[in-house]
Design a protein around this ligand. Structure first.
Ligand code: G4P
Length: 532
């Protein structure tokens, strides 16, 4: 197979959902279809239940399992499907946001009873920022939920994307009869706990065929006909190019736990979803078809064993072919490095690879040379952009409890920040260390790791900030005035960018009103311009 064909056959995507909507279950069913796992339950524990707070065993388990299942690859219908796992727990949302920079499309799972939930909105915002193509899977149709039309309206208004149903449910809950595939014009009758890999479908080129009444009953047959007519009237015909540009999301219905509707989803997915896309750098746009290798690190995972401080850096290949034992340029360090044992991730196993192509994600053993956002190239001096850092929501001051161990603390916190566990802001005078996260659980993780892996002795004190905004301005005098007036609320991020720590939404609004020529950014990019 030529390199070009290798790229064309790859489909790299992520599954996103509010916790408990069925992401893990759907992932598992997709893997079953793809033959990547043989039994159900293999990916089941890949999440922390909502109730978990500071259970370190759970945290450790999460870290361990999520390395193994971070990228799941399988072949299906002539395509290589790469699923990038995203942590289910909301406290790990930042990690999910970054993983979304490495996918080319997403499948969004929605619970038919709960509709669009808070976490879904946030994740979709990130997808909308880069026009990522989205397919929606409305799950748990074996339960009673909201009216399908209401769900579609809710998706359009809350998620700011147009929808186009490609399948339509017949009944729901105990009366769930099945799903009509609008695209292929066939009917898939519901059976609980399907274990077969193939789904039996009945072809219905003409929806007015009377045998439909015999199969699902008069009431449901008539309802389906009416609803399909309504769909045709309300929604534009499916247009693949509008899906690919992130304007329209095709919608499917099913029940992941019953393995129902999953095959249709997968079949359509491999037919319409995008092959690997290029990415922007600070110099130019890089196309996947380019012959020279390039890629970026979007995730860093620490080794579970604290005695081995090595880590795994996850690299998304953007262009060219990656080859084992070949020298590549680490752009930020301006240094050539080669990798004797890069790995791919197949469900539970990690295996050594000799080569990899655009769209693939590989694991590189790292002893501290990588930071999130780092770029590797065949020699060109360029850095991929667009790996965002979002304003944290919870802030605590990190205090050193043992002056003899300040070195350990400094090293530990620096390395954890490189992994993207949280964000560190330094405030003068006194170099106060303020750690910002999106979830409370992160503080437990940080404290646990600083103590156990780095031998530091430290503690956190909660701070009452609401948001951290990155500051830029073309009016340097106004910026100077602001910095003077707000000394106590100004800090710097790890790249020395100025940050305003606002106590309340109101105070932030006031600042925006009083200083109109200053921009208060709620997201920043992980800038990797600081040369060592
Ligand atoms: P998540 O990764 O998005 O957090 O969700 P997960 O797949 O773990 O699913 C959350 C719960 O919803 C699980 O039940 C799962 O079995 C159930 N579920 C998933 N798909 C469907 C479906 O199509 N219909 C119904 N009725 N339930 C579904 P749980 O009780 O939390 O866990 P478990 O003990 O069943 O594993």
């Amino acid at each position: 197979m030529s390199d070009k064909e290798e790229v064309a056959k790859r489909r790299t995507f992520g599954i996103i959902s509010h916790p408990d909507a069925g992401k893990t279950t759907l992932t598992e069913k997709l893997l079953l279809f793809g033959g990547a796992i043989q039994t159900a339950g293999a990916v089941k524990n890949n999440k922390i239940k909502k109730t978990a707070t500071s259970d370190f065993m759970e945290i450790e388990k999460q870290r361990g399992i999520s390395v193994a299942t971070s990228v799941m690859a399988f072949e299906y219908g002539g395509k290589q499907v790469n699923i990038l796992d995203t942590p289910g727990h909301k406290d790990f949302a930042e990690d999910t946001y970054r993983t979304l920079t490495a996918v080319d499309s997403v499948i969004l799972v929605i619970d038919c009873a709960n509709g669009v939930e808070s976490q879904t909105e946030k994740l979709m915002e990130v997808c909308r920022m880069r026009d990522t193509p989205v397919i929606v899977f409305i799950n748990k149709m074996d339960r009673y939920g909201k009216d399908p039309f209401d769900l579609l309206d809710e998706i359009e208004t809350k998620l700011n994307i147009k929808v186009r149903p490609l399948a339509w449910p017949i009944g729901m809950g105990d009366e769930f009869k099945g799903v009509y595939n609008i695209y292929d014009k066939n009917l898939n009758l519901f059976q609980a706990n399907k274990t077969k890999i193939s789904e039996d479908v009945l072809s219905f080129d003409d929806i007015n065929d009377p045998s439909l009444n015999t199969i699902v009953g008069d009431k449901f047959a008539n309802e389906l006909r009416e609803e399909l007519e309504l769909i045709d009237g309300v929604y534009d015909d499916f247009d693949q190019s509008r899906y690919l540009s992130g304007e329209v999301a095709p919608v499917f219905f099913g029940s992941a736990v019953n393995n129902f509707g999953v095959k249709e989803l997968l079949d359509t997915f491999i037919r319409i979803s995008p092959s690997p896309k290029g990415r922007q750098t600070d110099q130019r746009f890089v196309e996947p078809s380019e012959s020279k290798f390039s890629g970026f690190v979007f995730k860093i995972h620490a080794n579970l064993d604290p005695n081995h401080r090595d880590r795994i850096a996850f690299l998304r290949i953007v262009s060219g072919k990656f080859e084992r034992n070949t020298f590549y340029k680490h752009v930020r360090h301006d240094k050539k490095i080669k990798f004797p044992n890069p790995t791919s991730f197949m469900a539970r196993d990690k295996s050594l690879i000799d080569e990899a192509f655009p769209g693939d994600v590989i694991g590189l053993y790292d002893t501290g040379t990588f930071k999130i956002g780092d770029t590797l190239t065949a020699g060109e001096d360029m850095t991929f952009t667009g790996i965002p850092s979002f304003s944290p929501e919870i802030f605590q001051e990190l205090q050193n409890n043992d002056p003899m161990k300040s070195k350990q603390l400094d090293k530990g916190i620096r390395q954890l920040m490189d992994e993207g566990v949280a964000q560190l802001f330094i405030q003068e005078p006194g170099s106060r260390k303020i750690v910002g996260t999106v979830g409370q659980l992160q503080f437990d993780v940080i404290l646990h790791r600083l103590t156990h892996e780095y031998g530091a002795s430290c503690s956190f004190t909660p701070l009452g900030y609401h948001k951290a905004c990155w500051l830029t301005s073309t009016n340097q005098d106004q910026l100077k005035d602001f910095l003077r007036a707000k000394t106590g609320n100004i800090a710097k991020d790890k790249d020395d960018n100025l940050v305003f720590l606002a106590e309340t939404p109101f105070l932030l609004q006031m600042a925006e009103r009083d200083y109109p020529e200053i921009k208060f950014h709620k997201t920043s990019e992980f800038k990797v311009l600081d040369k060592p």
